[in-house]
Design a protein around this ligand. Structure first.
Ligand SMILES: C[S@@+](CC[C@H](N)C(=O)[O-])C[C@H]1O[C@@H](n2cnc3c(N)ncnc32)[C@H](O)[C@@H]1O
Length: 223
């Protein structure tokens, strides 16, 4: 089977110096975005996720990767979140029998990350791994601050202190994420090409069947 998805291209890139300047300014203490949703999410997370360690599948789309991760890790809770109602509520065959260790829900990550961070620091939860699978690349320079590594969410992503696995069809996204994680987060990173044996997500399948090279970045958890 073949697919026809175009590779990501960018005509200009942010310099390493400018990127580190932007990312270096973020801090949880000065983060001021008001969130009406955060307290409600905290209650839901405490009720539904408490007890077991949590794998967080961020921007999970239709939730297929969350479903597969829940099957692979029956000893963990998997939380899959996407802001798109149509993706989360899509009538996919796998949704007919969701495992009991999966929580799939619609929410904005800008509310969910701070909520999880607060619960983690209050030791109410233990997020043990985060996946960021095929995030929107925002390749134009004017979109740079929408990429997670150049966005205030970076402090919460790194603040959860656990291992992070990011996959993308745009190597530059992962190189920049790695740069920021090393310099701002003082975290160990490893970036490699990735050839899937089984597809974890629909975007992974689409890009691979379009003969695009896939890449994987692992950011180690804080020791
Ligand atoms: C390119 S898709 C990848 C989906 C899935 N991970 C996959 O690989 O098939 C990126 C996803 O991130 C979600 N997303 C982007 N920004 C988000 C946010 N602020 N909160 C929640 N989801 C978000 C989008 O709705 C979209 O489903």
């Amino acid at each position: 089977m073949k697919a026809f998805s175009k590779p990501v291209t960018a005509s200009s890139y942010i310099s390493e110096e400018d990127l580190l300047k932007i990312a270096g300014k973020f801090s949880i203490d000065t983060y001021k975005r008001p969130s009406l949703e955060k307290e409600g999410l905290k209650d839901i997370f405490k009720e539904k996720l408490g007890g077991k360690s949590v794998i967080f599948d961020t921007g999970c789309g239709i939730g297929e990767s969350s479903y597969k991760l829940a099957q692979l890790h029956p000893d963990k809770m998997v939380l899959g979140i996407d802001k798109s109602v149509s993706r989360i509520e899509r009538n996919n065959a796998f949704k007919k029998g969701l495992p009991s260790n999966l929580v799939l829900m619609q929410a904005d990550l800008q509310d969910a990350w701070p909520a999880l961070y607060e619960l983690q620091t209050q030791t109410e939860l233990n997020v043990c791994k985060q996946y960021i699978l095929y995030p929107n690349p925002w390749p134009k320079l004017k979109g740079v601050k929408r990429r997670w590594y150049a966005n205030p969410m970076l402090s919460f992503i790194l603040g959860l202190r656990c291992e992070i696995e990011i996959r993308s069809n745009w190597q530059k996204y992962l190189e920049d994420f790695s740069l920021v994680a090393k310099h701002i987060g003082t975290r160990e990173c490893s970036l490699s090409e990735y050839v899937p044996e089984e597809y974890l997500t629909p975007f992974e399948k689409k890009y691979h069947l379009s003969s695009q090279t896939l890449h994987k970045l692992i950011i180690d958890g804080e020791k």
